[in-house]
Write a protein that binds this ligand. Structure first.
Ligand code: SAM
Ligand code: DTB
Ligand code: SF4
Length: 352
């Protein structure tokens, strides 16, 4: 869908929009299921980038404390607990500008992924910028989806981040796709953007080839000390409309109602699910910010007759027999990625 189509879809009377989104949802996702994903920050704080929403940037005052890369044993404990709690996707995040092959920390991350991918969950990571070589190594270690958000429109992005560009983000996404991983990419609402910016973001996401496998829609969690700590909250109906348009524009994507659920009532979340959201982050913590209690989420899903989604076998890590049979041959053959490696950062906290 192009911008004009997205806009006319968005601007319909709310109930018409909801009916249209619901029909698309029921065709593509007939099972009344919600995917449960658990997040873990494996490397917290001290990031070289200046993303104005993020508590982990070393450039903002009062940013969160800097921690070392988590030990594999600890990650495994958390991953096993997530699986035992019913999560089918485990997402590991690192506060880095990017990663570079041949560094100690990249080898450590690969080792962690290698073990987590044996637990029977979909494995997602978000480590910042990747070149083709890093993307290939992650895929081979067992990553099924790479999260790299475009966050807002290309026009608004420079108002939010200045240390890397929108094009850098798109290049990483290309490298991820070329390596045969699925792309998880979405954005944040509440960054001072217009409705048109939100729809431009969806236009970019809908133009990905292949389309993103999942689209996280985060509502800004205003973090103390960040430039956006005083940002205005997003109107719930605007959020619901955006989710509905995302469902219509990218029908087969999991639309993830992501950060910000602590600010939404049960009824507001219900409208989001009705409009097409079918995935959540599950567990009391996001990366550094709060998320609803597990018991609250279980009660809400039960009240709505929604059940946890089973893992998508086609997204599971391939057997470790060297064949990588889940990787589509045309993606391996595509090979139009560049050789750009992530630039090193100024703080030493980035690529190592
Ligand atoms: N450093 C990596 C990157 O930037 O891709 C991975 C971690 S980063 C924290 C992942 C995503 O979290 C961001 O792209 C943004 O969409 C989301 N995020 C970060 N801080 C947030 C906040 N305060 N509120 C809502 N979403 C946030
Ligand atoms: C995504 O789109 N949202 C998650 C995940 N991908 C990595 C992160 C949300 C972060 C919220 C703020 C925090 O926890 O610091
Ligand atoms: Fe935060 Fe990621 Fe930006 Fe670093 S690159 S400041 S971790 S959003």
């Amino acid at each position: 869908m192009n911008f004009a189509e997205l806009k006319s879809t968005y601007e319909q009377p709310l109930f018409n929009l909801l009916s249209q989104a619901r029909a698309v949802h029921e065709t593509n996702w007939p099972k009344n299921e919600v995917q449960l994903c658990t997040l873990l920050s494996i490397k917290t704080g001290g990031c070289s980038e200046d993303c104005s929403y993020c508590a982990q940037s070393a450039r903002h005052k009062n940013s969160v404390g800097v921690e070392r890369l988590m030990e594999k044993d600890e990650v495994m404990k958390r991953a096993e607990a997530a699986r035992d709690n019913g999560s089918t996707r485990f997402c590991m995040g690192a506060a880095w500008r990017g990663v570079r092959s041949g560094t100690k920390r990249f080898d450590q991350v690969i080792d962690i992924i290698d073990s987590v991918s044996d637990l029977g969950m979909e494995v997602c990571v978000t480590l910042g910028e990747l070149g083709p070589e890093e993307a290939k190594a992650l895929r081979e270690a067992g990553v099924t989806a790479y999260n790299h958000n475009i966050d807002t429109s290309p026009e608004h992005y420079p108002n939010i981040v200045t240390t890397h560009t929108y094009e850098d983000r798109l290049n990483t996404i290309r490298n991820v796709q070329d390596a045969g991983m699925s792309v998880c990419s979405g954005g944040i609402v509440g960054l001072g953007e217009t409705i048109d910016d939100r729809l431009r973001m969806l236009e970019v996401l809908a133009s990905f080839n292949p389309p993103p496998e999942s689209v996280p829609i985060n509502s800004l969690m205003p973090m103390p000390g960040t430039p956006l700590e005083g940002a205005d909250p997003v109107d719930t109906f605007d959020l619901v409309r955006l989710i509905a348009v995302a469902r219509i524009a990218i029908p087969k994507a999991k639309v993830r109602l992501s950060a910000g659920r602590t600010q939404l009532s049960r009824e507001a979340q219900t409208l989001c699910f009705y409009a097409g959201a079918n995935s959540i982050f599950y567990g009391e913590k996001l990366l550094t910010a709060k998320n609803p209690q597990v018991e609250q989420d279980m009660a809400l899903l039960a009240d709505l007759d929604l059940t946890p989604q089973q893992p998508d076998r086609s997204l599971m890590p391939p057997e470790k027999d060297g064949k990588r049979e889940n990787m589509p041959a045309e993606l391996i053959a595509a090979g139009n990625a560049t050789d750009d490696a992530p630039e090193s950062c100024s703080t030493g906290e980035c690529c190592g």
